[in-house]
Design a protein around this ligand. Structure first.
Ligand SMILES: [Zn+2]
Length: 267
C-alpha cells in the first residue's frame, strides 16, 4: 500500500496522462462505433431505397395475384372469351339457375351478384331487368346466323359473336335493360340514368362493362353499355382501381378485332 502511494506520488503526471489517454481512447471507440452504426443504418436504408419502389409500395399495395383463377378454363371465373379464344361447342356451365322471373339462366354466383346489383339500382331509384343471360352454343349459332343474314357478316361481327366466342355461353355474362326496355341492346342505354348508374357501380358487385366505348380495337366489339361480365369483386375492384377496363389489357392477352385463322381453344 505504502509502496503504491509512493509510486503514485512520484508518477502522478504519468498516471494522469494514462487516464486521459484511456478516456480519449474510450471516447473515440464509442464515437467510431456510433458512426459505424450510422453508416450501417444509412446503407441499410439506402440500398433498398435504390429499389425503393418495391420497398415503399409493397406494403400499401399488396401485389394483385393475376393467377388466382385460370384464364383458359371454360368454367373459370376469369375465363377470357373473345374472337381469338373459343369455348368448346359442348361446353355447358354447371350450376346454371333461372334468374328471378326472367326465365333466363345464369351461373349461380353471377346470379346472386346480379340480384345484389339490381337491389343496388332499386335503392338508387332505378330498375333494371335481365335482357339476356346464358345462351347455349346452339342458340348462338342461330342468333349469329340470323344477324349475318340481316346485316352481312362484317356488320354482324361488330356486335354478335360466332358460336363458341360468346361470353354468354359461360353463364357469366348478362345483357341488362331498364324495366321500361327503353334503349334495350342499344348504345343509347349508356346515356340513360340506368346505363350511367351501371357504368359507375357495376364493379362494386363484381361486374365489368365488357365492351367499353373506347376499347373497340381491343375487344373487337362495338360499345355495349348493357353487356356486363361477372368476374368477382376481387378482380372488378382491381380493374376499377387501376383503370384498366378490358380483360385483354389487364391480363396482357392479344387483342382480336377479327377472327383469326385458328382460335385458341379454351379447356
Ligand atoms: Zn351480351
Amino acid at each position: 500500500m505504502m509502496k503504491w502511494r509512493k509510486y503514485a506520488k512520484h508518477h502522478k503526471k504519468l498516471i494522469l496522462w494514462i487516464i486521459i489517454f484511456l478516456a480519449i481512447l474510450a471516447i473515440s471507440i464509442f464515437l467510431f462505433h456510433r458512426h459505424a452504426d450510422e453508416i450501417n443504418l444509412t446503407t441499410k436504408t439506402t440500398t433498398p431505397s435504390s429499389s425503393s419502389t418495391t420497398a415503399t409500395t409493397k406494403p400499401s399495395q399488396a401485389v394483385f395475384d393475376k393467377n388466382q383463377y385460370s384464364l383458359n378454363v371454360s368454367s373459370s371465373l376469369w375465363v377470357v372469351v373473345n374472337k381469338g379464344r373459343v369455348l368448346p361447342s359442348n361446353y355447358v356451365p354447371a350450376g346454371l339457375r333461372v334468374f328471378g322471373s326472367s326465365g333466363m339462366n345464369l351461373g349461380a354466383e353471377a346470379a346472386n351478384a346480379l340480384q345484389q346489383l339490381f337491389n343496388g339500382a332499386t335503392n338508387a331509384g332505378l330498375d333494371l331487368m335481365l335482357s339476356s343471360g346464358y345462351r347455349s352454343y346452339n342458340t348462338q349459332v342461330g342468333l349469329y346466323n340470323s344477324y349475318v343474314a340481316s346485316y352481312g357478316q362484317a356488320s354482324a361481327d361488330t356486335f354478335s359473336a360466332k358460336a363458341g366466342h360468346s361470353e354468354h355461353q359461360t353463364g357469366l355474362a348478362a345483357d341488362l335493360a331498364p324495366t321500361s326496355r327503353q334503349c334495350e341492346l342499344d348504345v343509347c342505354f349508356g346515356n340513360l340514368p340506368e346505363g350511367k348508374w351501371l357504368a359507375a357501380n357495376a364493379y362494386k358487385y363484381g361486374f365489368i362493362i365488357r365492351y367499353p366505348a373506347d376499347k373497340t380495337q381491343i375487344t373487337g366489339y362495338q360499345y355495349e353499355p348493357w353487356h356486363v361480365r361477372y368476374v368477382g369483386t376481387n378482380l372488378s375492384n382491381e380493374m376499377h382501381k387501376t383503370g384498366i377496363t378490358t380483360l385483354e389489357e389487364f391480363f396482357g392477352l392479344p387483342a382480336y378485332t377479327s377472327y383469326p385463322a385458328s382460335s385458341y381453344e379454351l379447356q
